[in-house]
Design a protein around this ligand. Structure first.
Ligand SMILES: O[C@H]1CN[C@@H](c2nc(-c3ccc(C(F)(F)F)cc3)no2)C1
Length: 329
């Protein structure tokens, strides 16, 4: 079995949403597929109406295949401080032709203001490792983990694009959407993430710099968060760029030319992030000052290769072999 879902960018590619069917009859929810977490949670009829603002809600009492997981609860907090919590139902979940009949669907009873404000996002579908699922007293498996036994190949791929629809594929590698070879790196899943180490980088036409960057492939994070030394070196190449505490990062004139950022995957493969992707978005409606797509990873404990980096590559997530594949496209 295989499955495929379109990944539609929201404004400024801040996140990508994929249509997922939940329950019987199938209810289509637009979920944020997040390789940096492992909970599948949805806006639900159990929320206070004040916390719903246009989202489609899952009502388990309307799904003939829903079964309450008695006594189970969950609560999660994301990197930006947003959060949600609720209870759990076992129900059918499908992405394209791929159906998992007994998937833990975490119904939200409360969501933080950031989620209420994100009107197109009906919830998240976590694609990291089961060990960081937050359901108590018994953690639940991710959609990908549940699907592995029926998938043609036990992998999923991410093909995110700059301001254009991309795709998440499950169970196969579509060789028509990437160029050259796929370079595989070992994954350290001990913290529950798709964590890998890039051995070095280059900035624009500059020389290659050997420096280990240990980070996670995280489709749910918008930007590319890197070690301070790398970020300082990058913005030294951008005239007028400066760190602006009140904005929370590096900013520059929107008219600035940004160099490409190249990171190594293994010892002889490279991913080139076009400078255009690193001119992330205006900081205000005047559009004179722009916010950088590369920022510091301070306080996280590792780097985060978010959408700014991932949309420059075709990425293969291979759980059973604990490896990440990277290809140009
Ligand atoms: O926690 C790490 C795991 N992956 C990253 C992630 N962050 C979000 C997120 C989505 C939507 C919102 C909101 F709508 F603005 F509230 C907030 C955070 N989704 O994945 C960070």
């Amino acid at each position: 079995v295989t499955g495929s879902g379109v990944a539609s960018p929201q404004q400024y590619d801040v996140e990508y949403l994929t249509p997922i069917s939940v329950g019987t009859p199938p209810l289509v929810l637009n979920l944020n597929l997040d390789t940096g977490s492992s909970d599948l949670w949805v806006f639900s009829s159990e929320l206070p109406p004040s916390e719903i603002n246009g989202q489609t809600v899952y009502d388990p009492t309307k799904s003939t295949s829903a079964k309450k997981l008695e006594g189970a609860t969950w609560e999660i907090e994301y990197g930006d401080g947003s959060s949600s919590e609720g209870d759990v139902y076992i129900d059918s979940v499908a992405i394209g032709d791929l159906t998992v009949t007994a998937q833990a669907v975490q119904a939200a009873k409360n969501v933080s203001a950031e989620f209420t404000a994100d009107t197109n996002d009906d919830g998240l579908l976590g694609l990291a490792f089961n060990t960081i699922n937050t359901v108590q007293p018994t953690r639940q498996k991710t959609f990908y983990d549940n699907a592995q036994s029926i998938l043609d190949a036990p992998v999923f791929t991410a093909d995110l694009k700059d301001d254009a629809p991309g795709r998440y594929n499950f169970g196969y590698i579509d060789s028509s959407v990437y160029t050259g070879n796929i370079s595989y790196l070992p994954v350290d899943s001990s913290q529950g993430f798709w964590m890998f180490t890039s051995p070095g980088y280059a900035i624009g036409k500059g020389g290659y710099k050997i420096t280990e960057m240990k980070g996670i492939a995280d489709t749910g994070t918008t930007l590319l968060l890197l070690p301070t030394s790398v970020v300082v070196a990058y913005y030294k190449q951008v005239d007028g760029a400066r760190y602006e505490g009140t904005q929370g990062g590096y900013i520059f004139a929107c008219s600035a030319t940004l160099p490409d950022f190249v990171f190594a995957v293994g010892n002889n493969a490279r991913v080139t992030v076009p400078g255009k992707y690193i001119n992330y978005a205006p900081t205000d409606s005047s559009g004179t000052t722009c916010f950088g797509g590369i920022q510091k990873d301070i306080g996280i404990g590792f780097s985060i290769f978010g959408d700014v980096a991932l949309k420059a590559a075709f990425v293969v997530f291979d759980g059973p072999n604990q490896q990440l594949g990277w290809a140009a496209k």
